[in-house]
Design a protein around this ligand. Structure first.
Ligand SMILES: [Zn+2]
Length: 161
């Protein structure tokens, strides 16, 4: 993988990472993960609010793009998560926790936690909530999420027939 890829903002800056994730997860604007509302979501401003915090005018609950994803409530910067996933998904041989620890500049314990969580999410498909409805999310050219089963495809074809 090229160095240029990893110098991109989303792998180095938490705000850029969040915006990247927002553009993937919400291609047509923010969607409330609590009620599915799309019309009355407003970005909350002010120092007391986390960046990227929205308020849903329908259910009156706040949310960010990470709600319902493996990143939810994580203290680890989102850019580090994206970087770790990119590394893990683009390496055929896999990436060790030691490698993540060195590359991301996080403690070994954190690196271990991240790789464990990402691997588990990939295996179980539970990363899928981060593309609503079990869709996939493109971190780079790598897709993460539950692949649509051939059964589902068949059912869809049948429905269209
Ligand atoms: Zn809502």
């Amino acid at each position: 993988m090229s160095e240029a890829l990893y110098s991109q903002a989303r792998f180095n800056d938490p705000d850029a990472a969040r915006k990247h994730l927002e553009s993937i997860r919400w291609p047509s604007g923010p969607v409330c993960p609590h009620c599915g509302g799309t019309e009355r979501n407003s970005l909350m401003h002010g120092k007391s609010h986390r960046p990227g915090l929205y308020f849903c005018g329908d259910c009156r609950d706040p949310f960010t793009v990470t709600v319902g994803t493996v990143f939810e409530r994580s203290k680890i910067g989102l850019h580090k998560w994206l970087h770790a996933m990119q590394l893990m998904c683009s390496s055929k041989k896999g990436v060790s926790s030691h490698q993540l620890h060195r590359t991301l500049g996080v403690t070994y314990k954190t690196a271990w936690f991240m790789s464990h969580r990402i691997r588990e999410a990939l295996r179980s498909g539970s990363l899928a909530p981060f593309g609503e409805g079990g869709g996939s999310v493109e971190v780079d050219e790598t897709f993460i999420g539950r692949p649509r089963s051939s059964k589902a495809h068949q059912a869809q074809r049948d429905a269209q027939a």
